[in-house]
Design a protein around this ligand. Structure first.
Ligand code: ADP
Ligand code: ASP
Ligand code: MG
Length: 441
């Protein structure tokens, strides 16, 4: 392992010239920060629009054959504003002309979105005086659209070796036929992880606008405490349940190589942030490591006497979902009852067909759909040792007059999942935070 650091800066860290200056200070403070992965400019204030969203909207017009020039000019202005405020001797005019032309020729939605990081990285490379590496030639997806790690490492590693310092746009790569393909939203985190792996970095620093992974979403609890150390597994549970500080797929490329991820705050570089590691012997400060949750869920509740003794019952229920292309989030079960929790948006178009199929396959005594559900995951490696964690959650929620619809402990004892009504979601997260964190200080 080398002592290189790969650093990724998110959209808010590169939203305007002022943020670019902070980024340069951070990067240039340590010569080991050799490879920089950049996002597209994000929001400068809460009602602002991210460049990526502007590009999607602009391209939607282009694809419809509508006039998109005003939308495109607004995008150009954001970049030109950054360039002029930084006093750079750089013009993106040629790039703008090419991109506009590609839009008019319907180069594709992924291509359109990818230009956000592409253009921003050209500016950042010029500002830092680093090389620019276009990931289109190095980050590869297979024919099936699945990211190909092996191929990518074999192409990217020798390319990185040629540059002492480089900026690499996040969020995209290319298909075998060289068309651009993006990761899902927030995918620059994934690029950072891939570059860290290809460079065999000592650490992957992910710079954002919060001082690490916080115990819960700062939009729900004011100033929640940051988590100092979290394991990949804990993080994955939280990320999957909606704590979107880091893209959930960003863990895989670095995980097998044992490269830690450090979440840091561009606006407070002195804070140590959160270390994400393979295993941690460090006791967590609290019984729980973090809380996250998802709204917009529905439960399909199935009751049938003696269902447990009926061979293949669960499989038949899941087949009914599979046949309708429906994924499930969670599946708590009792002796004679079983619930399958799914996304409401995904369920609605196929609801009748799913219910008919379940009736046909397992002939339940009772079958109903319950909407407006939220799930909350309470995650922590410390829960294995602590007793009565579920009990404490129950009493905290009862105290806050919140009705618990479901509670389920994962077999790894790493998480407890709680189902509540959507309207109780925020209050439930607060109550759990209070009982495990706020009142422990
Ligand atoms: P970036 O643009 O740097 O990639 P993101 O917006 O993707 O940043 O992620 C950072 C944001 O994630 C924070 O500003 C915060 O609002 C949100 N967030 C949600 N849950 C958490 C959490 N548990 N800890 C920290 N931030 C969280
Ligand atoms: N710019 C992309 C997005 O907004 C990717 C990223 O920010 O990570 O989703
Ligand atoms: Mg992000």
């Amino acid at each position: 392992m080398s002592n290189f650091k790969v650093v990724k800066f998110g959209g808010s860290s590169l939203a305007d010239a002022k943020q670019f200056r902070k980024v340069a200070d951070i990067v240039l403070a340590d010569p080991n920060r050799r490879y920089v992965v950049a996002s597209a400019p994000g929001k400068r204030f809460s009602e602002d629009t991210k460049i990526t969203d502007m590009l999607y909207a602009c391209y939607a017009k282009a694809a419809q054959g509508e006039d998109f020039s005003a939308d495109f000019s607004a995008i150009e202005e954001r970049y030109n504003g950054i360039i002029s405020e930084l006093g750079l001797d750089l013009s993106l005019e040629k790039e703008f002309v090419n991109i506009k032309d590609a839009f008019a020729h319907r180069a594709g939605r992924d291509y359109a979105a990818s230009r956000g990081e592409y253009l921003n990285s050209i500016i950042l490379a010029a500002y830092l005086k680093f090389d620019f590496i276009d990931p289109a030639g190095y980050i590869k997806f297979g024919e099936n659209g699945v990211f190909d790690l092996e191929k990518t490492i074999s192409l990217l590693r020798p390319r990185l070796e040629k540059s002492e310092h480089a900026v690499i746009p996040g969020f995209y790569g290319s298909m075998p036929n060289d068309t651009i393909r993006t990761f899902s939203r927030g995918g620059s985190d994934v690029t950072g992880s891939i570059v860290a792996r290809a460079a065999n970095a000592e650490i992957y620093e992910n710079w954002t606008d919060v001082s690490g992974f916080l115990i819960c979403d700062p939009r729900i609890v004011d100033n929640p405490e940051p988590i100092t150390t979290i394991t990949y597994r804990e993080l994955r549970e939280l990320a999957y349940m909606g704590a979107t500080v880091l893209h959930e797929d960003a863990i895989f490329p670095v995980r097998t190589a044992g490269i830690p991820i450090n979440i840091r705050n561009t606006n407070r570089p002195e804070d140590r942030g959160t270390m994400i590691v393979a295993e941690s012997n460090e006791a967590s400060s609290y019984v729980i490591t973090g809380i996250a949750g998802k709204k917009g869920l529905s439960a399909i509740n199935i009751e049938k006497d003696m269902m447990n003794s009926e061979l293949g019952f669960g499989r038949n229920v899941l087949r009914a979902l599979e046949k309708n292309g429906l994924n499930f989030e969670h599946m708590p079960s009792g002796i004679d009852t079983m619930s399958v929790i799914v996304s409401t948006d995904a369920l609605k178009p196929v609801q009748q067909s799913v219910l008919d199929e379940i009736k046909f396959r397992v002939k339940p005594d009772h079958l109903e759909v319950e909407d407006d559900l939220a799930l909350i995951a309470v995650v922590g490696r410390g829960m294995r040792k602590a007793r009565g964690t579920a009990g404490r959650i129950f009493s905290a929620l009862a105290h806050a007059k919140i009705n618990v619809k479901m509670i389920d402990q994962g077999s790894s004892e790493l998480n407890i999942i709680i189902g509540v009504a959507t309207e109780d979601f925020e209050a439930a997260v607060k109550a759990i935070y209070d009982i495990f964190v706020a009142t422990q200080q």
